[in-house]
Design a protein around this ligand. Structure first.
Ligand code: NAP
Length: 335
């Protein structure tokens, strides 16, 4: 059975999540990829243990994470919780979500009360938990009244099945509306989970000002553009890389020749800053005051350890900012 390092809180920094009482680690770990059948459970455990030993207290899941089957990441994480992590449950912030296609028929997708309530019950069973710390609506549902979706989140919090409510992939206007409903319900929105990385900077314009004004925390997913912003793809797609996996959309999204040229130039700047490309990409996300945490993925403990040192240098000079701006010219408005 696993015993956590005594030094697990020595190096990590924690940021307050919006205007809530909850602190999150600057680097959090997501289980979207690598926690299904991609590798044996023993190797998954090594990543989870390395994370927790380094003060990564926040683990992010969703009902549909896991390869090849939805729910597999929650099942595997549940095994690790039961067999290894149990004594540490109160030191962890565990999140899950619902919003994407999960089971057949009209009640296994989107944002109805029917779907959200059933999905969270399934997630809790898979993980062997009585409650999660954060429950998110995973994406906006254009058909369901926002009052219904947010009402379900509020009731879930009141029932004690989640401690906090969050939203993900909501645009600035829908975020404002959702935040207002949750506040009126007496269950404030804790956090917004959004895609934000050097290639995809749109949240700076619309979303971040809303989150700041409303006192909502922000956790940024795919901060490494699924690995591309580590520079590893400059040598092509190799076996074992995420882009080599069946069903990956990484290539279409992040591997254009123009993006590869940008990574080359960004890597030079990273070296001048004394960082690897991965570290600089994460530091760049963490430079924003609105950001509570960067939400990374890792297929090996060594990746995680490299990425954690991004916390050491989260400021950029004006000159560095304008160099980055020039390198990425034309990508700011994507999304
Ligand atoms: N809310 C949403 O809609 C949403 C959507 C997507 C993700 N998420 C959340 O965000 C989490 C992170 O997303 P992500 O996995 O796309 O994040 P990411 O950090 O951008 O990419 C992680 C991948 O990059 C590679 N990598 C990481 N560090 C590396 C290093 N130092 N050197 C070389 N390669 C490295 C690994 O891929 P290899 O397999 O190539 O080694 C790793 O699995 C997910 O697990 C999930 O929890 C949420």
């Amino acid at each position: 059975m696993y015993t956590a390092s005594e030094h697990r809180y020595d190096g990590m920094k924690y940021r307050r999540c919006g205007r809530s009482g909850l602190l999150l680690p600057e680097v959090s770990l997501g289980l979207w990829q690598n926690f299904g059948l991609e590798q044996p459970l023993e190797d998954q455990k090594k990543i989870l243990f390395a994370a927790f030993d380094a003060g990564v207290t926040h683990f992010d899941l969703a009902n549909n994470y896991g390869n090849p089957a939805n729910g597999m990441a929650e099942e595997n994480f549940g095994r690790v919780l039961r067999d290894e992590f149990k004594p540490y449950r109160d030191e962890m912030v565990i999140a899950t979500k619902a919003g994407f296609d999960m089971w057949p028929g009209p009640y296994g997708n989107w944002g109805s009360r029917k779907y959200l309530m059933a999905s969270l019950d399934q997630s809790l069973r898979r993980m062997g938990l009585d409650y999660v710390d954060i429950f998110y609506h995973h994406r906006p549902d254009p058909e369901t009244p926002l009052e219904e979706t947010m009402g379900a989140l509020s009731d879930i919090v009141r029932q004690g099945k989640a401690l906090y409510a969050g939203i993900s992939n909501y645009g600035p206007e829908d975020t404002e509306k959702a935040v207002a409903i949750l506040r009126a319900n007496g269950t404030p929105c804790l956090i917004h989970q959004v895609r934000y990385n050097l290639f995809e900077r749109a949240p700076e314009q619309g979303l971040f000002p809303v989150l700041k004004r409303e006192g909502v925390g922000c956790i940024c997913f795919s901060p490494l553009a699924q690995g591309v912003l580590t520079g590893k793809y400059l040598g092509g797609i190799k076996d074992g890389y995420r882009a080599a996996r069946a069903g990956s959309t990484l290539k279409e999204r992040y591997l254009s020749p123009a993006q590869q040229r940008m990574v080359e130039q960004l890597s030079e700047l990273a070296a001048e800053r004394g960082q690897t490309m991965a570290q600089m990409a994460l530091s760049w996300v963490l430079r924003r005051g609105e950001v509570t945490s960067v939400l990374i993925g890792a297929s090996r403990p060594a990746q995680l350890m490299e990425n954690l040192t991004a916390m050491e240098k989260t400021t950029f000079t004006e000159e560095e900012e304008s160099r980055i701006g020039a390198i990425l010219e034309g990508t700011w408005k994507s999304e």
